[in-house]
Design a protein around this ligand. Structure first.
Ligand code: PXL
Length: 455
C-alpha cells in the first residue's frame, strides 16, 4: 500500500537472460533502471554461464517458468515500460508475446538479441521467426545492431541506404519504430531511427576501437527506463544515447577479456563530486583553524583536488579566487567549485597524468626555511627552473606551470611530494605541496606550518 507521502514511482520490467559476468543481460538492465531512478522488475528467460572472455553455455528456462514470473509481476504492478533481451528459443518468445499482448503493454522495447558478441547463438532460428511474427507486432521499438537488422530483414547492409531499406522491411512486422545501431559499423557509431514516415541519422562519435560488453542491453534498458518515466520515444532514445555514451566511456576491464560498460558511472561520479566538495570544505576549515597565513605567498594561494580519473578542469575542485592571508589568518571568498583555480587545477591534471594517485596540490611560500622543513619531514623534493623553459612553450599563455611540473617529475622519475621553483622575472618563487588526497595534503601543510612557526 502507498503511504500518504510516498510519491508514485516509475516501474520498468526486463524479460531477458541472466549474465553471470554481470555486464550484460538482466544484471545490466537492473543497474540501468536504477541509475535512471526507475524501479526495476525482472523476469529471467535464460541463464547464461559466461565471463569477460565469452559465453560458455546457456540454459533456457521452460516457458511456464517465464509465464509464471511475468504474471506475478503484472498481478502486482503494471510496468510503465517493458524491454525484452535474450529470450533463447521460440517457445519462450511465444509465451512472452502471448502474455504481453494480453496485458496490453504499450511501451514495449525489443532488443532482438540473437548472438553474443563472442558469436554464441542466444536465440534459435525458430525464435527469430517468432520474434518477427509474434513479438515485434506488439512493440513500440526494436533496436537491432547491423547484424541483427540483416537477420530480421534479409537485407545485406553495406551503407546508410541499405539501413533504411532494412528498417522499412522490419517495420512491416508491425513494430512502430526501428532503431538500427551503427556501433559495429566502420567510422562513426551513427544510428538510424525510422518511424515509418521519416528516417533520422542519430550521430555519435566513436569512443573506442574495441568491443564493449553490455552496450545493447544498457541502451534498450535506458530507452525503456525513459519511457517508464513518461518521456516521448524520441526523447527517451536521445537520452539513452547520452547514457550509453557515458557508460561506454567509463567501461570497466573487470576480467581477462572484453571490458563491460558501466551504467552506474554517472551516479558514482555525482556522489564523488559531493564527497570531494565536503572533504575540501572540511580541509579549508582545518587550514583556517591552523592559521597557516605565514605560508601564503605574496601572490596568495590556492588548492585543487582531482576526481578519480580527472580529464579536464571541470573534474578538478578548487577554491574560486584565492586563499588569501591576513597576518596568520587565511580566508576564502567562496565555497569550493569544480573548474575553479585554473593554475593549480592544471598542475593537478599534470601530476595525475604521470601518476593518477597524485591528485591534491596546494601552492605555498617558497623560502630556505620551508624547503628545509620539507626535507626534514622526509618529503621528496623536485624542482624546475623557469629560465630553462623552451621559447615555444613560454609563448603559450598559462602553460609554464604544466611544463615546469612535468619537467620536475621527469627529472625525479616520479611525482615528488614537493615541487619548487625559484621564480624569475616578476615571478615569485613557489612551493607546490603534492599529495594523494586532500586530507594528506592538509596534514602536510599543517605540519610544515607548525614547524615554520616554531622557528
Ligand atoms: O549483449 C547481448 C546479450 C544479452 N543478454 C545476455 C547476454 C548477451 C551477450 O552476451 O549474455 C544474457
Amino acid at each position: 500500500m502507498k503511504s500518504k507521502n510516498q510519491k508514485s514511482f516509475p516501474v520498468a520490467l526486463t524479460i531477458a537472460g541472466s549474465d553471470s559476468s554481470g555486464g550484460a543481460g538482466i544484471q545490466a538492465d537492473l543497474k540501468t533502471f536504477s541509475a535512471l531512478r526507475v524501479i526495476g522488475k525482472s523476469v529471467v528467460a535464460s541463464v547464461t554461464s559466461q565471463n569477460s572472455m565469452g559465453v560458455v553455455d546457456s540454459f533456457d528456462l521452460p516457458p511456464e517458468v517465464i509465464e509464471s514470473q511475468i504474471k506475478a509481476v503484472f498481478a502486482d504492478v503494471k510496468p510503465g515500460a517493458v524491454k525484452t533481451g535474450m529470450l533463447g528459443n521460440e517457445a519462450v518468445v511465444q509465451s512472452a508475446a502471448r502474455i504481453l499482448k494480453k496485458a496490453r503493454v504499450k511501451n514495449l522495447v525489443v532488443d532482438p538479441v540473437i548472438f553474443s558478441s563472442s558469436r554464441k547463438r542466444l536465440l534459435s532460428r525458430g525464435g527469430v521467426e517468432r520474434l518477427k511474427g509474434d513479438l515485434l507486432p506488439l512493440a513500440l521499438l526494436v533496436t537491432p545492431n547491423l547484424y541483427e537488422a540483416e537477420m530480421l530483414s534479409g537485407v545485406r547492409i553495406q551503407g546508410q541506404g541499405d539501413c533504411l531499406k532494412a528498417a522499412k522491411i522490419i517495420l512491416k512486422t508491425g513494430v512502430k519504430n526501428v532503431l538500427i545501431k551503427g556501433g559495429h559499423a566502420k567510422g562513426n557509431a551513427d544510428d538510424l531511427f525510422y518511424d515509418g514516415k521519416k528516417a533520422e541519422v542519430l550521430k555519435s562519435a566513436r569512443l573506442t576501437g574495441g568491443d564493449r560488453h553490455g552496450t545493447g542491453c544498457v541502451l534498450s534498458a535506458a530507452i525503456a527506463g525513459g519511457l517508464a518515466r513518461g518521456d516521448k520515444l524520441s526523447d527517451a532514445v536521445r537520452q539513452a544515447k547520452d547514457f550509453i555514451h557515458d557508460a561506454i566511456a567509463h567501461s570497466l576491464a573487470d576480467g581477462k577479456g572484453t571490458p563491460s560498460v558501466h551504467p552506474l558511472a554517472g551516479l558514482y561520479r555525482e556522489a564523488d563530486r559531493w564527497d570531494l566538495f565536503h572533504r575540501v570544505s572540511l580541509a579549508m576549515e582545518r587550514l583556517k583553524a591552523g592559521r597557516v597565513g605565514g605560508l601564503i605567498p605574496e601572490v596568495q594561494s590556492n588548492l585543487a583536488v582531482g576526481l578519480d580519473n580527472a580529464q579536464n578542469r571541470d573534474d578538478v575542485l578548487g577554491i574560486p579566487g584565492r586563499i588569501i592571508k591576513s597576518g596568520e589568518d587565511i580566508a576564502t571568498l567562496d565555497a569550493p567549485r569544480f573548474g575553479a583555480s585554473r593554475h593549480v587545477a592544471d598542475i593537478v591534471l599534470t601530476t595525475m597524468n604521470f601518476d593518477p594517485e597524485k591528485r591534491a596540490v596546494m601552492n605555498i611560500k617558497c623560502d630556505k626555511k620551508v624547503l628545509k622543513i620539507c626535507r626534514k619531514l622526509k618529503l621528496s623534493v623536485g624542482s624546475f627552473d623557469r629560465a630553462a623553459e623552451p621559447r615555444q612553450i613560454k609563448e603559450k599563455e598559462g602553460s609554464t606551470l604544466e611544463w615546469g611540473t612535468a619537467n620536475a617529475i621527469r627529472k625525479a622519475g616520479y611525482v615528488p611530494d614537493i615541487i619548487y621553483d625559484l621564480g624569475g622575472m616578476g615571478k615569485e618563487e613557489m612551493v607546490r605541496v603534492i599529495a594523494p588526497d586532500i586530507e594528506t595534503l592538509t596534514d602536510r601543510v599543517l605540519e610544515i606550518n607548525r614547524l615554520y612557526k616554531k622557528g
